[in-house]
Ligand binder design. Structure first.
Ligand code: SF4
Length: 367
């Protein structure tokens, strides 16, 4: 396939749905019901948009996972960003973060109405322009995201060093996908039989990054793109692996993802970053599931520069984003869903983000 409409072709999709149904029947005959977690928020969005969940047989369940970077960012991180803004720092951020609630439903957008300076950046490099244009102020870039966004953010440091800019730093809350798979798999309340692995993250870390996990847990990990035909292909690959008992890492997105991944990005990670025990909203601290700046780059680390520590926040008590992110409930099982909580008045991050599960269900699902 070469053009985008081929990845959305209804005849190919129908054929694959037929194959999935045949394989699901084989599993059903063995009284098997399969839970597949789509880890990535972009998969959740595409699955909802194309109605893929509704096309699947009853014994094949798609569970949405914690792969939306905004959604898993702890409320305490937002509180810290707001505290820095109130101290006079310019906060530079990707747009999705603006309405994510911290403690007491406070957001960066609300702090902006108090007079704080919050600037939306479409690229980390525009934060550098901001720093150069405001030499009398400190610029703090909200450095959140999974492996995909870490590389472009970290590459800022090369430019900042080269230009000898002193008034910019990063407030880091980087997250890594493979350690999260470990935590989700070991949760006794969840029964995950397979993972549909993220496309863009896998382009950075490569198919090899899942090998240790698959060997240890004997759970299929299939990498798929965000196009409907390839998502269906990925689901069918998972079912075939389970039926044949040939559990492995399978790359159904070979046109972009390689076995080794993006080695240039990995070199950047190794140069600037080291492991960190990251706090995930609703999940808690996962050992070595994040990355932070190495000590020798502490001049770019906002936590060091401003001597602040990100403390645990207090998200809204009624919001069940934690359970949604772990795949324990579907959004409509949250009592606030589509009533008190909706895209115009989001109470939790899963309703804010364009990749959030609650947002995807609200936008596309009629359940
Ligand atoms: Fe949180 Fe709203 Fe989702 Fe409920 S519907 S879990 S309140 S984001």
């Amino acid at each position: 396939m070469k053009y985008i409409d081929e990845y959305r072709n209804s005849e190919t999709a129908s054929y694959l749905v037929g194959e999935i149904r045949k394989n699901a029947n084989t599993l059903s005959a063995q009284k098997m019901s399969i839970n597949i977690m789509e880890v990535c928020g972009s998969h959740t969005m595409a699955i909802s948009r194309y109605g893929i969940r509704e096309l699947l047989p009853q014994n094949i369940n798609l569970i949405s996972g914690p792969g939306c970077p905004v959604c898993v960012t702890d409320a305490g991180y937002i509180d810290t960003a707001i505290a820095l803004a109130r101290q006079g720092a310019i906060i530079a951020t990707f747009g999705d973060m603006i309405n994510v609630p911290g403690s007491d439903r406070m957001t960066l957008a609300k702090s902006r109405s108090e007079g704080c300076i919050i600037e939306v950046c479409y690229s980390p490099l525009s934060a550098i322009d901001l720093a150069e244009a405001n030499l009398d102020k400190e610029v703090v870039f909200l450095a959140i995201g999974f492996e995909t966004t870490i590389a472009p953010i970290i590459s800022m440091i090369d430019s900042v060093s080269e230009k000898n800019i002193k008034n910019i730093s990063l407030l880091t809350a980087f997250k890594l996908v493979p350690p999260a798979l470990e935590t989700l798999t070991s949760d006794p309340e969840l029964k995950i039989d397979a993972f549909l692995c993220p496309a863009h993250v896998s382009a950075i870390i490569g198919a090899k990054a899942y090998e240790t996990f698959v060997k240890k847990h004997n759970i299929p990990c299939v990498i798929a793109s965000f196009e409907p035909v390839e998502i269906l292909l990925g689901i069918n690959s998972i079912l075939k692996q389970i039926i044949n008992g040939s559990i492995k890492v399978e790359n159904d997105y070979e046109r972009v993802v390689t076995y080794e991944g993006n080695t240039k990005a990995q070199e950047l990670f190794n140069k600037y970053l080291e492991d960190d025990d990251a706090s995930w909203r609703g999940i808690g601290v996962i050992d070595a599931s994040g990355l932070k700046l190495k000590k020798e780059f502490s001049q770019f680390d906002a936590s060091e520069k401003f001597k602040i520590k990100i403390k645990a926040g207090a998200p809204d008590k009624g919001c069940r984003c934690g359970d949604v992110l772990k795949g324990k409930i579907r959004p409509f099982e949250c009592p606030l869903y589509s009533k008190a909580c909706n895209p115009l008045n989001p109470i939790g991050p899963c309703m804010v983000s364009s990749e959030g599960t609650c947002s995807a269900y609200y936008k596309y699902s009629r359940t």
